[in-house]
Write a protein that binds this ligand. Structure first.
Ligand code: AMP
Ligand code: MG
Length: 319
């Protein structure tokens, strides 16, 4: 009996030792990677590659890093076409496709007004400034040259920010590098964007959707495998001014925080799509947002509306 207990304990420990995980800070948020790999040394190298891939994307796409490719665009694209990497070029064009799909709810030129908000410093632009600059929010002001891989802005004052899609892109890249290295069971997360490779060795992964008003409380656990899930919430970066919640998801039509939802989670097969659509549906609000998601095969939505009520896409209701 004692020997059997010992063997079971020993086997459980070996199984546990094959799981590797690391949490780290990147892209202004916390990230996490976890996967199954019996080779300890290979696992350590893969964790390093995941961390540096996320750091590389941050260094390329952050609007806060002066040397990033994105800052180069913001500094010069209104004066002349700016040549950029194929990766950034394709992500910008993908952003435009999401703008078209969401009738402008997703628009990376939101930053033309968005850059004037500073949530930590509790600063927001005046109504007058918003009115003056609002017309600069328009994804059609970006011009792409496919043969040169360059981008230019058709107006002075336009700015872009990939905060609504870059983390999803980073998660996809990391899942892809793990998959190419032969990993079959993995979880990669950057802020509200997560993607799962396979299952958790015979079990489903459980992804928690946090309570939007109680920081450490999980509202619901979603059992998933081999998909991406992204959550956008009005609690991520915000301050309250005269009873109004000023937060980081901007309605391109008003230049102000979108207010029809509190939290939106999107499930899709890749993280870039889940990320862009969670931001988009947040802006669209539950009614238009669910209309859009119900038309898109293989994509699901869980929304907490402004009254705190949970709403689901049709496919989830049918289950
Ligand atoms: P997420 O947490 O994925 O919803 O991303 C929120 C981030 O997306 C914000 O911090 C902004 O950087 C960016 N963002 C805000 N509003 C929009 C918008 N209407 N379209 C695209 N990106 C946006
Ligand atoms: Mg997003």
């Amino acid at each position: 009996m004692l020997v059997r207990c010992f063997i079971l304990f020993f086997m459980a420990n070996i199984a546990q030792a094959n799981w590797h995980q690391q949490s780290f800070d990147v892209m202004g948020t916390s990230a996490h990677v976890e996967f199954w790999e019996p080779d300890e040394q290979k696992a350590r190298q893969l964790i390093e590659r995941v961390v540096s891939e996320m750091q590389r994307i941050d260094a390329t796409m952050s609007p806060y890093i002066e040397s990033s490719e994105l800052s180069r665009i913001n500094n010069s694209a209104a004066n002349h076409p700016v040549k950029i990497s194929e990766e950034l070029f394709q992500l910008l064009k993908k952003s435009v496709r999401f703008s078209e799909m969401t009738k402008g709810a997703f628009d990376i030129t939101f930053a033309s007004v968005g850059y004037l908000y500073d949530y930590r410093e509790r600063k927001a632009p005046s109504d007058e400034t918003i009115e003056q600059r609002k017309e600069l929010i328009n994804f059609r002001s970006m011009h792409f040259d496919d043969s040169e891989l360059s981008v230019s802005f058709t107006k002075q004052g336009v700015r872009i920010d990939l905060g609504g899609i870059a983390k999803g892109h980073a998660v996809d890249n990391c899942i892809s590098l793990l998959e190419k290295a032969g990993i079959q069971n993995a979880f990669v997360q950057a802020g509200g964007d997560s993607r799962l490779l396979g299952d958790k060795k015979g079990r489903l992964w459980t992804i928690g959707i946090r309570h939007p008003r109680e920081k450490d409380k999980v509202l619901t656990q979603v059992p998933l495998e081999n998909v991406a899930i992204s959550t956008s919430g009005d609690y991520e970066r915000f301050f309250i001014d005269k009873g109004e919640r000023i937060h980081h998801i901007i309605n391109p039509k008003s230049g102000k925080s979108a207010s029809d939802s509190i939290s939106v989670s999107i499930i899709a097969s890749d993280s870039t799509t889940a990320d862009a659509l969670s931001t988009s549906v947040f802006v669209l609000g539950p009614e238009k947002g669910l209309q859009l998601i119900n038309q898109l095969p293989g994509i699901s939505a869980i929304i907490i509306d402004k009254n705190g009520k949970l709403q689901y896409s049709d496919d989830l209701l049918a289950q």
